[in-house]
Every structure is written in C-alpha cells, then in structure tokens.
Design a protein around this ligand. Sequence first.
Ligand SMILES: [Zn+2]
Length: 329
Amino acid sequence: MSTWRLIFPILIGFIISFLAQAVALAAACDPKFEDKLCVAEHAYARACKPLPDSYQHFRIEEQLYDLFQLSPEMVQLGFCRVEELRIVRKWGENSHSGFALGRQIVIDRTFLFEVADMPGDRAFRRVVFSFPGYTDRPMRMLRDFHEIEKRLFQAKPYVAGSSYEFKHFMLHELAHLVDFNFENNPQPNSGYFACEFAAQILHGKTEQALGYSSVFPEQFGHNVDSAIYKRLADSSISSFYGASWPTEDFAELFADYVLLEHFGINYTIEKDGEVLFDRAKQFENENIQNKLAIVKTVLAWPQMTDVERHAFMDDRTHCRGIFEPTLVQ
Ligand SMILES: [Zn+2]
C-alpha cells in the first residue's frame, strides 16, 4: 500500500509531463484565434468588434484550429504572428476575397460565409473543378487574372469542397505574411520570387506566353480553350492569378504545396472527364522545381541552421542558383 502511494504521484507526474510534451509537439505556438477574430464595417475602420453569436454557425474558430493543427511548423508560427483576423462587411465590391496587410488578414464577410459553411462531413476531399457550369454565356471580359480561378471555385461550390477554398484562402494570405517578413526574406518588398519573375519577363515567359488574354471565350462552356490549362501545367507559374505578380505567385504555390503535402488535397481542373490540369503532376514538372525548392526551404526555416538560412538569403539577394533544400536535415 505504501509503495503504491509512492508510485502513484510519480506515475501521475509522468503522465502529466508526457501530455505536456505531446501538446508542445502538436503546436509550435498558441495562435489564440478567439482573441484575433473580429468584425468591422470595412478594412480601414477604426473599431473591430468581437464576433456576434450569429457567427457560431460557421465554426470559423474551429476550422482555423483544424487548419492550424495539420499545418507545418512554419505555417503555425506564421499564424501566431498574425495580430488580427478582421472580417469586414464591405469589401467584396472589387472582386477580392480579402488581403494581408502588415500582420493583419482582412476577409470579406460574404466570401467567408460562402466558404466556411461546410457540410457536416469535415473529411478532406480531393478537389475537382469540372465543367460545364455556365454553358451558354457569351464571350466576356474578365476583370483580373484571379477571376478565372474564382469562377472555377464557383462552378461547383459545394461539391468542390468549400473547406478547400477556406484553407486555400487562409494559407494564401499567410504566405504573404511569411513572404513580407524581413526576418526570413532579405527582399520583403519584392518577395521571394522576385528573381524568378524577372527571369520570366526576360525570357518572354509571362502570362501572355501562357496564352492569357483579358478577353476569354466563356471558360465554362463548349468553347473553352483547353490548351491554356495544359500550358499552365507545363509552366513555372502557380496559377493564372499567380502570373500577375511575384508575391501572388509565391502565395498561390505555397498554399497549394501545403495543401497537397500536409493535407493530402490535390487540385485538378477537368472537362468532360479529361484532366486539363493536375497540381500534383505539375509539381513533378522540371519547370517549376526552382520555385518549389524555395517554398520547401521557406517551410523548413524553423529546422534550418543559421548557416543554411544565410546561404538561402544570400542566394535570394543575388538571384543565384537553386538553393538546395536537401541541405536541411
Ligand atoms: Zn494574394
């Protein structure tokens, strides 16, 4: 009996320390989403108020924690650097879902409700965007690059998995915060892909080379130009939106790489059963390896030594070579 009295507290002590370690291993930091989420009239409004009870239906906090738990350490640290997740009522007018500003992420309320209202089944699904959705629309002008992907998302909003877009949006904005952080990027004003973007322009491999034009035949109809997706698959560019600017290219690639590698979520575009674009296959293409190496290195940042970090930052400053992420243990 007395032996048991002695062992019992030790045993409990072991269990507590084991659990504490498990918690410490599970997350690099505490993101405190409940303290950061707030609602405001618009992006630059002074006041940002706590979330009203009506928001509970969308389980935004819960979804953010789900995303956080499965994310690699660098992404977790990025989430902890975010100071405010501001949901705004008036933003959607100019076709944006949100943006990153300093250490703040601004999200359009209507957009958030659309993508956060998930079905009960929270399992991650393979994402397939398929045609047709809008078959008899005439030729139209697209306002910006993003509209192509945005319309794809809308083609089958629920079947496509709204959870995908929620995660993609958050990871995309977070990638901006990582990209604009001078602690890990020597050129935070121009972004990690500044050198690659300059090379694309020098070699004429711009969005025009992808076949992009601001006037499109209806993307979801029988006139769809399938070739443009095949050209994207063979390019070094993450997405049509990514073709618009180096920082967007990085954010798009970063988000899709994390989704594929850490969540097992692929992204494909299909038409009549034919796969026009497959993200996982694109990641095997040699043309995109240089940018992927940068993304992989950035994600490995917490595990890198100072020597490795400086080597990478030096390469970025001088637009030099391909940094080899296999150097990282
Ligand atoms: Zn962006």
